[in-house]
Design a protein. Structure first.
Length: 339
């Protein structure tokens, strides 16, 4: 079994020299921790997306809503529009619910324990542990995909994901300590991002290479093992780009529950194997081609139709619509506007 103490010391030394500079992060060893609001916001944004993609959103959010109380006061529609492009829109609704709970129930101050954080709306085990460790310097077992990969390789774990997750969490817990608990998870994340990458890991510069059981096998990139995924189903749909006499785009607010809930979108048909062509208004509809989009659980082909008319829609200037729409609808609108 790898020597946990030696590995931990080696990684923290490496982190001191190679830590990424991120807008939501305090430098290694800093006595003043990052404001909890910024840690929480960044962690929610970074779920299911990358640092380069999330960083501009983070900067815009914290400029527009500098505190959690500012965010709590934001109208739902403004928050959802600002979130457009980050995906997984239930996170945006949970973000607002959590901000409002912190503002109304905690006086605008985040609780400082993992258990109390976990009681907030929309805060799961990972986010609670991350905020407790990074913002409050409390020992917490922060396990994301990067940490799972590092642990799987360090211990050459032969059990495949997702069944291996409980064991990987147990192994990660071996490294949790009162010594620099806030820096430790960030060091692991940086290692997984820059060195212990999913493909082509840079083992020759890895500070943990001396104790890595996966490297000893000669095939470190083999880990973590994964259960073969079922084939992602494919759905079809129609999207309608309706313009009024002023050239504005007719948008609709999607139901609060379900995929892209609460977001502005183009009118569409249902998304299934054989969607009915059911335009939202009478117009001389012209087909403008199709766009492809991949969601977590299915892929989608949307056939785009353009027309002119009026009706009970949220009429929006084209440039504003392009900025506010989720990616799938932005693709469809771009296709419609280019027709």
């Amino acid at each position: 079994m790898p020597d946990v103490s030696s590995l931990r010391a080696a990684l923290l030394d490496w982190y001191d020299a190679h830590a990424r500079t991120l807008p939501w992060r305090a430098p290694p060893g800093a006595r003043t921790r990052t404001e909890p609001y910024r840690v929480w916001l960044s962690e929610v944004m970074l779920q299911q997306t990358t640092v380069p993609h999330a960083a501009p959103y983070f900067e815009r959010f914290t400029t527009r809503w500098p505190t959690v109380s500012d965010l709590a006061a934001a109208p739902d529609a403004d928050l959802m529009a600002a979130w457009a492009g980050l995906g997984y829109y239930a996170r945006a609704r949970n973000l607002l619910a959590c901000a409002r709970a912190v503002a109304s129930e905690h006086g605008g101050v985040f609780p400082d324990t993992e258990a109390a954080l976990l009681a907030l709306p929309g805060v799961g085990a990972y986010t609670a542990a991350a905020v407790a460790a990074i913002a409050f310097d409390r020992p917490a077992n922060v396990v994301d995909g990067n940490v799972e990969r590092v642990m799987s390789r360090l211990f050459a774990l032969e059990a495949p994901l997702p069944a291996a997750r409980p064991e990987l969490k147990r192994l990660a817990a071996l490294f949790v300590s009162d010594d620099r608990p806030g820096d430790w998870p960030q060091a692991l994340m940086d290692l997984g991002s820059s060195v212990c990458r999913p493909k082509s890991p840079s083992c020759e510069v890895c500070p943990l290479a001396f104790g890595c059981e996966g490297l000893k096998t000669g095939e470190p990139a083999r880990y973590p093992l994964k259960t073969k995924k079922a084939e992602r189903p494919h759905r079809l749909g129609h999207a309608f780009v309706l313009r009024d006499a002023a050239g504005r785009i007719g948008l609709v607010r999607r139901p609060d529950k379900g995929l892209l809930g609460g977001m502005l979108g183009l009118p569409t048909s249902e998304w299934n194997a054989a969607p009915a062509f059911d335009p939202p208004s009478t117009a001389n509809w012209t087909e403008a081609g199709a766009v492809e989009h991949v969601f977590t659980h299915f892929s989608l082909t949307l056939t785009v139709h353009v027309g002119a008319g009026d009706g009970d829609f949220t009429w929006t200037e084209a440039d504003q619509a392009l900025a506010a729409l989720p990616t799938v609808f932005r693709k469809a609108l771009e296709r419609g506007l280019s027709a």
